[in-house]
Ligand binder design. Structure first.
Ligand SMILES: [Zn+2]
Length: 136
């Protein structure tokens, strides 16, 4: 078996150990768009630490995860309307969710005034601001 694949497997196993605590933190809802009653999976917020860290994890629905893949590779394919939910998420208590919200909103704000408006009003703690800038 390829080494990369084995590593991926180990990562998934380690992440799955966090699943229970994450589900509790998320109240079984997507931590970005609050979708409930859907299947949730872990998304790791960059920069991804060497060992999986619950503070870098988000429980996310399939729709959000698909959008996040676009965010990383083809931002043009993102559906802006899906992300209007971030106007609420960005004020949440989970740092990783705040960080992703700001990153996505900054991307969106180049084209969408509503995103710029949310960013204008949001208050970010200095450590959140620092994390937002650290993308690798
Ligand atoms: Zn979602």
């Amino acid at each position: 078996m390829a080494k990369g694949l084995l590593k991926h497997q180990e990562r998934q196993n380690a992440l799955s150990l966090l699943g229970k605590d994450l589900t509790r933190r998320a109240s079984s809802k997507c931590e970005l768009c609050e979708a409930s009653g859907v299947s949730l999976k872990i998304y790791e917020v960059a920069p991804v630490p060497a060992e999986p860290d619950i503070e870098h994890c988000l429980m996310t629905c399939d729709t959000c995860r698909e959008q996040l893949t676009h965010f990383e590779k083809k931002p043009k394919h993102m559906q802006a309307d899906h992300w209007r939910c971030l106007g609420k998420t960005v004020w949440g208590e989970v740092p990783a969710a705040q960080v992703m919200s700001v990153r996505i909103l900054r991307q969106m704000s180049e084209k969408y005034p509503w995103a710029a408006e949310i960013l204008e009003h949001v208050f970010l703690a200095p450590e959140i601001e620092t994390w937002v800038e650290q993308t690798d």
